[in-house]
Design a protein around this ligand. Structure first.
Ligand SMILES: [Zn+2]
Length: 161
């Protein structure tokens, strides 16, 4: 695994900012950034489930959809997707189909699923994105959880209000 750099932390924090922006628009607090191997932002996206009405309008899926149209496969394989929360199974699959070579995420799925969600029963854990990629031949580097307390703070202000 390559070392986590200051540039990684900065781009992950950009994903947190996008998650906050999504929340301010009435969407679920998730954000994603796809950056080139030199750290230039290629695409950034927010969750748009509430405003679009589409249950699959997750931040990572929105980002991957745009990046796969805008960028070459050679660019995508060298790119990193920064996700405010560990990608769900839908988004992990999209990342795999786009051929993105590296994932950096903030909050883990297990910690996210175990958060207090308005007193509702906790959801069973989804499988982790590492488990999904373990079942594919796609070579991907996965870094996370990272800056997890900051990543969780974005959610806490949403789900508990
Ligand atoms: Zn997702």
């Amino acid at each position: 695994m390559n070392a986590v750099t200051e540039a990684d932390a900065a781009l992950l924090r950009r994903a947190f900012s996008l998650a906050l922006a999504a929340k301010q628009r009435g969407n679920h607090p998730f954000g994603a950034v796809i950056a080139s191997s030199s750290g230039d932002i290629l695409v950034e996206a927010e969750n748009t489930v509430a405003t679009s009405g589409s249950v699959t309008a997750h931040a990572e899926l929105n980002a991957v959809s745009r990046a796969s149209v805008a960028c070459s496969p050679e660019t995508l394989v060298r790119s990193t997707i920064y996700c405010s929360t560990e990608p769900c199974s839908i988004c992990a699959s999209a990342i795999r189909w786009a051929g993105i070579g590296r994932i950096v995420f903030g909050l883990s799925q297990s910690r996210f699923r175990n958060m207090d969600n308005k007193g509702q029963p906790k959801e069973p854990n989804d499988f982790t994105c590492r488990e999904m990629f373990d079942r594919t031949a796609h070579a991907v580097e996965i870094v996370g959880p990272l800056l997890e307390d900051e990543a969780q703070a974005v959610h806490a202000a949403f789900w508990r209000t």
